[in-house]
Structures are given as structure tokens and as C-alpha cells.
Design a binder for this molecule. Structure first.
Ligand code: FMN
Length: 436
């Protein structure tokens, strides 16, 4: 197959050898032999994560696509997530080629083959058939992890047992009994890492959803039906197949008991009370939870400090992919400021990671691991697990190629002296915390 990272890289002289020298027997292509990257049907024209969006736009009904792609209000934070990555430059090492490059990363004592995983995404099973299982399985098959979302439509027990999922993200209400009950349920299912998202006191204002008539509970309208009819592949392969195999999807994981179906009129209890969630509740969950405890959605040193004070093991610096507070600073711009406050906590990041270069920039600035959201769900929607494996391979191949170009052999060598920070703009925001 032409155009895959593997083929492109194979055609080149390996790094560290003269152009006309015989390739070293130890040379490995950008995507190693054990991970033959084959683009699945529907993704043959996808050569980078950005290309997955167009494929998903064609495949998904407009309201579903809009829900995944959407951002809050003016899209300012969403745009900053990309432009702030772009503002950082590289200063590569010359003549330091390495033939053995490794992306292996240790996180909470476990080793992963990649320095990136898949962020939690609610309603995944609406966009992709069996989306939660597909994301978790594909991640595990590629030596990484997917975080299961609280607003998923698959029971957490099933994803733990069938896909070996070990990271669960919870949305807690401000009610201690419910918090502790849910914490116990997650532990009983065998999850090792509990991620508590703290940037959703209320849902962000996503006007795309209003324009498209998308809401939870889902309202069956003639417009929605028309969108289904005009997207027959999604209708058959995702919607009908889900109904036939699993029945009407429910919000399975918002509370101790199974939640209501997505068409239910009264979802109030399941989504209520998040404004009342306070540090005390989170601390109570921390004390109850025996495994790794992570806060997701923090952007300020004071919140990171607080997370450390209540005994968190890690934080995910994130603005929720620009879906919550419009104008919230990008995760990459605030990352250097939160590091001191983090102490020995594990610092991770998401929001706007699309390229291998983004992953490496985040690692250089002190993140130990990053997560990718939307593109992975687009991949799952269009092509299921093979699509997600392909997306992971593409990103991994970019990282590998960039490591060769930077002259490093391992991701731990990715340090700040390989970066050029902008004099204005991003660096200004880093020191002052202001977002223009
Ligand atoms: C469709 C969708 C659903 C999401 N649902 C959740 C969720 O249930 N819980 C959560 O903590 N974050 C959720 N997020 C945010 C992601 O975990 C992550 O922070 C964000 O997508 C990262 O940005 P990116 O999409 O630019 O990579 C969701 C994001 C998307 C796109």
C-alpha cells in the first residue's frame, strides 16, 4: 500500500547511515514490523489524524458528528489548543541519528509502548458501534490505554472484563454517599486508575448541538430520522446493530445503579449536582480509592497544589478539548506553570494533540503522558478497532520519525533545550497566566 508511514520510511535511508550505505540489519522502519499499518476501508485517504475528521463527517449524521467535533461558544479555547502547539519550535540535534528508537513509557508502574493514550469520550457508542469496547481493545492491542468515560453507554463492568480496561473517568455529583457508592462500584469492576473530571460543573455551551438539534436526552425528531436515512452506513452498522445486539443504550455509569436510556425524558438525577461537587467530596473518594487517583481538567497551579494536598497521584492538564469554558487557556500553554506545584505527582495532558510533534513538545515541557480525543473516536466510527489501531500507528510513526529528526533515541531525552519557545504570545501567557 502506498503512502503509509511504513512504506514511506522504508524507501528512505535509515537514520544514522550514509544515504548509499547498506541498511544496518538493526534498522527498523518507522512503524515496526510487528505493527504492519494497513489503512482500513473508509480511511484509505487518511494520512494523519487531521484527515480522520473528513471521513467521520461523511459517515456520521450531522448531529452526531457535530457533538463529537463541537467546541464551546466561539471556539477560542479549541483554536488555542492548536495554535499554542504550533507556536513552539524545535531546535534539533544534528548528526545524532539513532537506529533504535523507543517510545516506551512508564506510567504508575506500568510500561506502555506509546507515550499517548485515548481520552475519555462520552456517548462513544452512539458514534461508533460498541465504541467503548472498541477504543479500549484497540488501545490495548497497540500497547497503550483508553480511559473509559462516565457518560458511556456500555456498562463499566463489561468494558473491564471484555476489553481489559483499567482506567475509568468519573463524573461525581456533589453527594458524598453517591460518590462513595460509585467509587466502590468502579473498584469492584477491577479498575486500577480512577480519573475524576473537575471541569464540568455544568455542561459547556455548545451551540453546534443547538443548531443541529442534538440534545441529551436524544429527541427522536423527523430531522434526526432524515439524518439517519441519509447516512445509511451509520444507520445499519451502528444504530440498528446496537439496538439489535445490545438493546436501547442507557447511561450505565453515572451512578451506583444503571442510569436511564438515552431517550428518557428525565435524566435530571443522573446529571444533577455537579455544581455542588467540592474538594471535600473528591478527598473522600481519594481516601476510599486504593488505586491511582487522578484529577482531569485542571489548568492552574493552585488546583494542582490542592490535588497534591489531598493525595492525588496525578493530574491531567486539560481544557476538555475546548468544550467547556470558552477562553480557558490551552493545556500546553499552562503546562510549565503547573509543574512546580505538581511535585512528584504524574502530570499528563490532553487537548489539541494531533501530531507526533505535539506529543514530543508536551513531553519536553514536562508531561509524562498525553491523551488524544476526537480523532480516535472518528477512527472508531468509520472503521471500528482497525481504524483506531491505524490512528495509533500513524501517530506513533510520526513520533518515531520526529525522534529521528531531533536526534533522540527515547522519549525521556525530549527536554526543553530541544524547543524554542516564542518570545511573545505563548510565553507571555505562561508567565502571566493571561489569555489574550
Ligand atoms: C465527544 C467527546 C466526549 C467527551 N466526553 C468526555 C467525558 O465523558 N469525560 C471527560 O472527562 N472528558 C470528555 N471529553 C473530553 C476529552 O476527554 C478530552 O479532554 C478532549 O477531547 C481532548 O481534546 P482533543 O479532542 O482535542 O484531543 C469528551 C470529548 C469529546 C470530543
Amino acid at each position: 500500500m502506498s503512502g503509509t508511514p511504513e512504506m514511506t520510511e522504508k524507501a528512505k535511508a535509515p537514520s544514522g547511515t550514509a544515504p548509499n550505505a547498506a541498511p544496518s540489519p538493526r534498522y527498523e522502519p518507522a512503524v515496526s514490523k510487528r505493527e504492519k499499518t494497513i489503512a482500513p476501508r473508509g480511511l484509505r485517504r487518511a494520512f494523519s489524524l487531521d484527515d480522520f475528521e473528513a471521513a467521520a463527517r461523511r459517515y456520521l449524521p450531522k448531529p452526531v458528528f457535530g457533538y463529537v467535533a463541537g467546541a464551546a461558544e466561539t471556539g477560542r479555547s479549541f483554536a488555542a489548543n492548536r495554535s499554542d502547539f504550533a507556536a513552539i519550535g524545535f531546535v534539533p540535534n544534528a548528526l545524532q541519528g539513532h537506529v533504535d528508537r523507543s517510545q516506551k513509557t512508564t506510567l504508575f508502574g506500568r510500561q506502555y509502548d506509546r507515550p499517548f493514550g485515548i481520552a475519555p469520550m462520552g456517548l462513544s457508542a452512539l458514534a461508533a458501534y460498541d465504541g467503548d469496547v472498541v477504543l479500549a481493545r484497540a488501545a490495548a492491542e497497540r500497547g497503550t490505554l483508553a480511559v473509559m468515560s462516565a457518560t458511556s453507554l456500555t456498562s463499566l463492568e463489561r468494558v473491564a472484563s471484555e476489553a481489559g480496561s483499567r482506567w475509568f473517568q468519573a463524573y461525581f455529583p456533589g453527594d458524598k454517599d453517591r460518590v462513595l457508592g460509585m467509587t466502590d462500584r468502579i473498584a469492584q469492576a477491577g479498575f486500577e486508575t480512577l480519573v475524576v473530571t473537575v471541569d464540568v460543573a455544568v455542561n459547556g455551551n455548545r451551540e453546534t448541538d443547538l443548531h443541529n438539534g442534538f440534545a441529551t436526552p436524544l429527541k427522536p425528531t423527523p430531522r434526526l430520522a432524515w439524518q439517519g436515512i441519509t447516512h445509511p452506513e451509520w444507520l445499519w452498522n451502528t444504530a440498528f446493530r446496537t439496538l439489535r445486539t445490545h438493546g436501547m443504550p442507557h447511561f450505565e455509569n453515572l451512578d451506583v445503579d444503571r442510569g436511564p436510556p438515552i431517550l428518557a425524558r428525565d435524566l435530571i438525577r443522573s446529571f444533577s449536582g455537579r455544581e455542588q461537587l467540592k474538594w471535600d467530596h473528591v478527598e473522600a473518594a481519594r481516601d476510599r480509592w486504593k488505586g491511582n487517583f487522578v484529577l482531569k481538567g485542571v489548568l492552574s497551579p493552585r488546583d494542582v497544589e490542592r490535588a497534591r494536598a489531598i493525595g492525588c497521584d496525578g493530574v491531567i492538564v486539560s481544557n476538555h478539548g475546548g468544550r467547556q469554558l470558552d477562553g480557558a487557556v490551552s493545556a500546553i500553554s499552562t503546562l510549565p506553570r503547573v509543574l512546580d506545584a505538581a511535585g512528584d505527582m504524574t502530570v499528563m495532558l490532553d487537548s489539541g494533540v494531533r501530531r507526533g510533534t505535539d506529543v514530543l513538545k508536551a513531553l519536553a515541557l514536562g508531561a509524562q503522558f498525553v491523551f488524544v480525543g476526537r480523532p480516535m473516536l472518528y477512527a472508531a466510527a468509520v472503521a471500528g478497532a482497525p481504524g483506531v489501531r491505524y490512528a495509533i500507528d500513524l501517530l506513533s510513526a510520526e513520533i518515531d520519525r520526529n525522534m529521528a529528526l531531533l536526534g533522540i533515541a527515547g522519549t525521556s531525552e525530549m527536554t526543553q533545550d530541544l524547543l524554542a519557545m516564542p518570545d511573545v504570545g505563548l510565553s507571555h501567557r505562561m508567565t502571566t497566566g493571561q489569555h489574550p
